[in-house]
Write a protein that binds this ligand. Sequence first.
Ligand code: DO4
Ligand code: MG
Length: 287
Amino acid sequence: MLDGTALRAMGTDSISNLLQLRVAEIRSLVESTTTSPAFDIGTVSLLPPVDGLTEVWASGVTYKRSRDARVEESVVQDVYDRVYGATRPELFFKSAAWRVVSDGSPVAIRIDSLLNVPEPELVLILNCHAEIVGYAVGNDMSSRSIEGENPLYLPQAKIYNGAFALSSGIRPAWELGGPAGLDRQLMIKMDVTRDGVGVWRGETTTGSFTRRFAELVEHLFRCYTLPDGALLSTGTGIVPGLDFTTLPGDVVSIEIPEVGTLMNCVTTAGGQTQSDGDLVPFANAKK
Ligand code: DO4
Ligand code: MG
């Protein structure tokens, strides 16, 4: 696993610097570095492996379950059918690096959204050369009611405070597949508990992913420069029925056994509501 300790031993403090190198260079750095953490890993909070100018992007409708769920929730259904079968995938900007939520910190639902879900997703860690360096576990928190009202509201349904969480550490790509990407199917599991009781559970495998990871990467980098690389969340194959919504206080646990785990409690998105009901900007955002 590639984490902060390994990074420092390799002579860098930043993932974005690392993502300027070719996979072969990163691999040789990792394999020639012997690390032993100078602290007990259980006593520190690990940050997610994203920083600098690295952008977080996401893809959608890459599993049949996702296509069916969007058709069910949306008043405009054919866009999801169309993108599911189209050559060009759905790609959308999800988060700046500094906004990404760590494992163990709260993710959020919006105060103006009635139907909300966590979306457990395999995340590709990409260098600036559009190569897959490794994998992590992501949670693409989403408002189904806002996107369902109108697909043009997707940025508001998907981008808000606490909307994307990422596991700590990177599982190097060369440990799971060939240089072109993943060779094997990975299990993806999600559990949601409320007051300590399980209220929703689902699982899928990347065998149900209907595209190739390489084609998502190719479309992301087409006509778009990513000097510090990118994280690309590959879409969800696990969507609860319309009778389920995540509530503040829920705990969301996601596991991709060969990649990592991610656990976050759910809170209400940071923001303030004035007495007249207007939203004002998030007060605590870093400058
Ligand atoms: O437009 C819908 C977004 C879909 C998505 O985020 C997913 O399939 O994971
Ligand atoms: Mg998603």
